[in-house]
Design a binder for this molecule. Structure first.
Ligand code: HEC
Length: 150
């Protein structure tokens, strides 16, 4: 019993303690010239989908949710942002080679078709980021057209 008590207190202390360690965050008010929306002629409805469902993890600016003030949630999100940006950063689109653009567009199509993106752990809380069938179709049709035009 005593061990259990000590363990519980230790876990509680740890949970309180980690609240003070915060990641610096992914913030930038600057939308660079290389941004996907500036490089491409993106229709308003597609822009909305990308901003709401993808940009939090695939750009230099995250609109942080309320749960980001609770650890370890902030770390988990920060990890997703780091990994997501590394794979695909819409803010840097203009710097990508044609070959890379082509492969990223193909990958976007695959990820969205398979419901792999946006991450389900994210849409669980961000209900508005979840793509409806209609939104998926809008996004996929437009991305396929862009890819064919490359
Ligand atoms: C919660 C964060 C998050 C959101 C939101 C999100 N992604 Fe991702 N994305 C990631 C992470 C993390 C990876 C890398 C690891 C993986 O594949 O799971 C990734 C990987 C990808 C890849 C693979 C890149 C490659 O090189 O093959 C594509 C494409 C992608 N995401 C597209 C999207 C699109 C399109 C959306 C919006 C519809 C989106 N993502 C929303 C976190 C996110």
């Amino acid at each position: 019993m005593k061990v259990l008590k000590i363990t519980i207190w230790a876990v509680l202390a740890l949970l309180v303690g980690i609240q003070f360690i915060r990641p610096t965050g992914n913030h930038s008010d600057l939308v660079p010239k290389t941004d996907f929306m500036k490089v491409n002629e993106v229709p308003q409805n597609v822009k909305g989908i990308l901003k709401t469902s993808c940009y939090d993890c695939h750009s230099n600016n995250t609109e942080y949710p309320w749960y980001n003030s609770i650890q370890p949630m902030a770390w988990i999100l920060e990890n997703h942002i780091e990994d997501g940006k590394e794979e695909l950063n819409f803010n840097q689109w203009g710097e990508y080679s044609s070959r890379r653009k082509n492969s990223k567009l193909k990958s976007i199509i695959n990820q969205v078709e398979d419901d792999a993106m946006p991450l389900s752990s994210y849409t669980l809380i961000h209900r508005d980021a979840k793509l409806s069938e209609a939104e998926k179709k809008t996004l996929l049709d437009w991305v396929s057209k862009l890819k064919d035009g490359l």
